[in-house]
Design a protein around this ligand. Sequence first.
Ligand SMILES: *[C@@H]1O[C@H](CO)[C@@H](O)[C@H](O)[C@H]1NC(C)=O
Length: 401
Amino acid sequence: MLKNKNQSFSVLAMARLSSCIGYFFLFVILRCFRASASSPSHKTAGAALFIFGDSTVDVGNNNYITTTPENRADVKPYGQNGFFEGPTGRFSDGRVIVDYIADYANLPLIPPFLQPSADYTYGANFASAGGGVLPDTNKGLVIDLPTQLKNFEEVEKALTEKLGEAQAKELISEAVYFISIGSNDYLGGYLGNPKMQETYIPEVYVGMVIGNLTNAIQALYEKGARKFAFLSLSPLGCLPVLRALNPKASESDCFEAGSSLALAHNNALRAILTSLQHILKDLKYCNSNFYNWLDDRIKNPSKFGFKDGVNACCGSGPYGGLLTCGGNKKATEFQLCNNADEHVWWDSFHPTERIHEQFAKALWNGPPFSVGPYNLETLFFNVEKLTIADIVDAPDEHHFQ
Ligand SMILES: *[C@@H]1O[C@H](CO)[C@@H](O)[C@H](O)[C@H]1NC(C)=O
């Protein structure tokens, strides 16, 4: 009897021990997956990256279209910091946010769609400086969002020819679709366009921009896209160009109308994304509050390692607000600061490389209360399918605002 009892005890103990060992090995295996998926030194390429948008993410498409010098960044000192050999078309002293994201995802730099014989195996960039969601924005001078979507169809065809239909479909459904657009619809398209302002009150205009952006998201979803990332709008009224135009100019004032349009747009986009998540099956996205993030750096530059949150490094006039950087525009005189790294703003419209890098890091693995519902690392490497940690700290949309 006693012997029997002992035996059953030891069987139970063995069972417990083996299940412990099982959990331990499972844990180790999951940790290994996580390490191989997320460590940048380990070169597992993440999902492909397709980019749509404006000058915040244009990496040279406008070099290949007919446009004005204001919509191009193909002269020095653009790209001056040495990462690239010279100007590339990026509106920055060096890289822009999508260059960092490609790097974190272990992808090569994603080429502009229009670059002759570009390789689209890891994605393509369709963005165009000056471009808007609405075709009327800077019409004739830019590649608008509907045209960027048509260009995506070209890439889809090229990939199907190269990889075969099944593999191309898989690439497209696994890829991340990064969208950074809207500023030009409110700047040139509305604030700089008295006729639009007479025709539409701001609320209706924001509704049109968001309605058309929603259509674009749905069109991509119908083509197989499932993972999206959004760069929401910055406090537009604090761009040096708008600060300089502020009718109530004082040292600390931004142009109220610009910032409130950006806020209205961001709020509407957030609401739309929350509802699309329930309508479009398997939709996953990364969004963030870029407005407050940048506003913080504009108001408290020294807290984040900057010296100047107000004045453009390159430009002229009050706050460097005149877009003269490069000297190839109507005015040929411009000033250039000594150290762009000390500035939030590179030129009168665009932030410095340092801002791009800091925000790329925030989107990559920022906490759920600042980025969400998914961060970019999760989207590129599907880490949530592989780790206990991701199940435990599952992104919760309620934490995110
Ligand atoms: C898209 O924009 C156009 C103006 O370009 C507007 O007439 C139309 O209503 C918008 N669509 C949606 C769905 O909001």
